[in-house]
Design a binder for this molecule. Structure first.
Ligand code: PEP
Length: 246
């Protein structure tokens, strides 16, 4: 039986004071039921704060991005090893905002996943199609292409990832994929993982895209959905905890 995992993606939001309140509430109220894991992925400058607030709790933390390079003259970049020094367990790679706004290619995303694993982090690899791609009937082709780059680059390390299916048209739009739509893609992703490496069949598959307290349970009940990657709703402790308990 796979655990359920709910991960908050704060995106470029936060501030020292509000982070303290949010992290403090999560720590105080998360009762860590068996088989359920909770994590928050915060902007790099707040990694120390997440570490200070959550160390010794059942809540993990991580980054939202990292460099595919290990060190050197790459001004403005943050390496996986630096992120790992702050006690992170996770690093999101290939979020659609990074792919579309910052030009990250499938190959770069795969290299970032590899860099995370080299630093003993678990990469949360995001894949997902745009609305135009879905309307053109290309969902399967797009997510398979995005996943195949990761499969090819990681080789035997593939089971070390968490995979998140985030349809771009559902992110921050209030438009959630139906449980059936999400399950269909998750089934495809799981069978592709299993075909690449039998031991990757149990990789955790998260759904992301306008998940809220009132739609999480129906999504998380689907056989191949192991939890969620939560954007906007992860900034409100009550809503985020409701999703984690769903
Ligand atoms: C995300 O940023 O990964 C996300 C799923 O955002 P939202 O929940 O706000 O749609």
């Amino acid at each position: 039986m796979r655990d359920k995992l709910v991960v908050g993606n704060w995106k470029m939001n936060g501030g020292l004071k509000q982070n303290d309140a949010l992290l403090g509430t999560l720590r105080a109220e998360w009762d860590a039921p068996a088989g359920r894991q909770l994590a928050v992925c915060v902007p790099h400058p707040y990694l120390w704060q997440a570490q200070a607030a959550l160390s010794g709790s059942a809540i993990a933390w991580g980054a939202q991005n990292l460099s595919e390079r290990d060190a050197g003259a790459f001004t403005g970049e943050v390496s996986a090893a630096m992120v790992a020094e702050f006690g992170c367990r996770y690093a999101i790679v290939g979020h659609s905002e990074r792919r579309t706004l910052f030009g990250e290619t499938d190959a770069m995303v795969a290299s970032k996943a590899a860099a995370a694993i080299r630093a003993s982090l678990t990469p949360i690899v995001c894949v997902g199609e745009t609305l135009a791609e879905r309307d053109a009937g290309s969902t399967e082709r797009v997510v398979a292409r995005q996943l195949d780059a990761v499969i090819e680059t990681l080789g035997t390390k593939l089971p070390a990832i968490v995979l998140a299916y985030e349809p771009v048209w559902a992110i921050g739009t209030g438009r959630t994929a139906s449980p059936q739509q999400a399950q269909e893609v998750h089934r495809l992703l799981r069978s592709r993982l299993a075909a690449a490496d039998a031991t990757a069949a149990d990789v955790l598959l998260l759904y992301g895209g306008s998940v809220k307290g009132d739609n999480a349970a129906a999504l998380f009940r689907c056989p191949d959905i192991d939890g969620g990657l939560i954007g906007g709703a992860s900034l409100k402790a009550d809503e985020f905890l409701a999703i984690a308990r769903a």
